[in-house]
Structures are given as structure tokens and as C-alpha cells.
Design a protein around this ligand. Sequence first.
Ligand SMILES: Cc1ncc(COP(=O)(O)O)c(C=O)c1O
Ligand SMILES: NC1(C(=O)O)CC1
Length: 332
Amino acid sequence: MHPKVGSLLSKFPRVELVRWETPIQYLPRVSRKLGVDVYVKRDDLTGFGIGGNKVRKLEFLLGDAVAKGCDTVITTGAVHSNHAFVTALAAKSLGLDAVLVLYGKEQLKGNYLLDKLMGIETRVYDVERTSELWPIAQKVAEELRNAGKKPYLIPAGGASPVGTLGYVRAAGEIYSQIRQLGVEFDSVVDAVGSGGTLAGLLLGSTIIDAPWQVVGIDVGGFVEGLNERVKNLALEAAELMGLSVDVPEPKIYDYGFGAYGKIVREVAELIRFVGTSEGIILDPVYTGKAFYGLMELAEKGELGESVLFIHTGGFPGVFHYGEEMLETIKKP
Ligand SMILES: Cc1ncc(COP(=O)(O)O)c(C=O)c1O
Ligand SMILES: NC1(C(=O)O)CC1
């Protein structure tokens, strides 16, 4: 861990959910295909529940909830939400209750099946996008307060200054790993949904004065005004840490293929290529689109000679959208 990052974060309550440094793995076949060295940080293996990037944010979010004596966690998302499921699972593992405020078609697949399997309370509403759920979540919180509960509200994706600390810490972890591996990166690339992961990587990379550029791949307009939101999240997290830093403008590319959650053949085929050539499973909503963007940008020379992809998880999405992916993929 980078000593400055470790020291700055030590004052924040954190529950340990990420039990180890996630490995950084070289991808020989992808690298050969691109003529660029591509590595992946296996944050799909963070080690709690389905893993993924949310676990890092939840260490600080649930640490804050416990420190404040809260007894029920409320968060929002689509019914396929990775964030919602792992948030509720982590809350339960700490003896807290959880209520998920969701939208979308209720199908016993992927994360929604896991929600039910784990006995998690879900409330599904007829709205079009996650942002419409926040006022509803606030009403649920009021209902619980009136029932004598002490709720802790977590925004979609855990995208708050406290949640952002999770990827500030990840940047400090990457710093210590590259020294052990003897590698350098020109770019660190991450899938962007609610923006918190990218904000944390941006702030953490600034704190450690990292040589790499931080690049976000927007997977489909999940959030309006994403660049400004990521920058503001990073600055608010810096303020929370007692820092005055100049965070660079976020570099975000749109590879949403037209809409958040839209399943497309190109991504389904890429998921098959990366799976069969490197043994790494990407998902059709986040990491598959992000890796597609990484490969296209690398081929254009936008990412330099050595690139680190943050595998942020999302595996249940394969089981939510698997049939649709097969329908789109070209027959072998
Ligand atoms: C698997 C996966 N990867 C990446 C992301 C993007 O992370 P963030 O919401 O921090 O932008 C999400 C959620 O948004 C996700 O579930
Ligand atoms: N990744 C997000 C989720 O709900 O899983 C969009 C935050």
C-alpha cells in the first residue's frame, strides 16, 4: 500500500471485505493481438459475494454505517444490479438489515435470483432509470425511521465521497504491486456506471503522483453529466480526506452502444474471445463494453504501450443476459 494513501485513509472507519490484494495478470494473447501490453487487475476477485468493484466502496460505506450505529441499509439499482446485491449481502453479513429499491422486469436470473436466494428484501418500482429511485429510497428511509429503525442510505453504485475512498485505496494497492512486478502502465482503464470507481482512481492516482492516465469507458449513459459528476466526486472525496488537490479532467469515452444494458453482438463476441483466449469472463453490461473500448482505443494508439484494465466484476450479468447474448452472437 502506498504509505501516503494508507495514512490518509486510516482515519476512516472501514470494514474488511477485500481480504487480499487482487492479482494483476498479464494477458499474452490479447497483448499479441493488439501489439500493446495489456494487464488486468482482478477486482472481480475481491473476495466477498460476487466480488467486483462495489466491495471496495462498501468497505468504507458500511464502515461509516456501523460507526453511526445504523441498523438498516437502503440502496437502489436495476433488478440486475451488482451493486444492490452485494450491498445487501455485505450488510447482512454485518448483522444489518437491507432494503433494495429497484426497477426493471423481475426475472429470477443473475443478481435478482441471488437477491431472492439470500432472502434480501426487494421493492421493485415501475420507473425507467435508477435516478428516479432516489426519492423513493428516501421515502423508504422515512418509513423505517417512523418504525424506529436507523437507516443508512447508499446512492446507486455507492457513488458518494465515502464510497469513492474504496478506489483511492485501490490506487495505493496498484502502486505497491507495480513495484513488486517491475511493470509500468501508461493507462489505467475502468468501466464507468455511476462514476465512483473512476473518481477514486483519479483521486488516488493524483495523490500518489502516478505516471499513468486514468481512462473511463462509459457503458451507456447511466448518469447525466458524467464528466462533471466524476470530477466533483473526486474533489468531494479529497475534501473529506482533508486534501487540496487539483484532480485532472476525467477522460471518458462512450462505448455504451446506444443504451445502458443494451446487449450487442460485438460485445458478446468479444466476451467469447477473451474467455477462450485468456480464461477471463467479462460481462455484457459493464466489463465487456469497457474491454471493447480498451481494445479499440489501444489499436488507435490512445492508451500507450502498457495498459491496466480494472476487471470490476459483473459475472451475474452473464446469467441475466446469457440467452440474449447467444441470440446476438455469430454462430461459430
Ligand atoms: C460490474 C461493474 N463494473 C463497473 C461498474 C461501474 O462502476 P461505477 O458505478 O463506480 O462507475 C459497475 C457499476 O456501476 C459494475 O456493476
Ligand atoms: N453498477 C451499478 C449497479 O447497480 O450495479 C450501476 C451502479
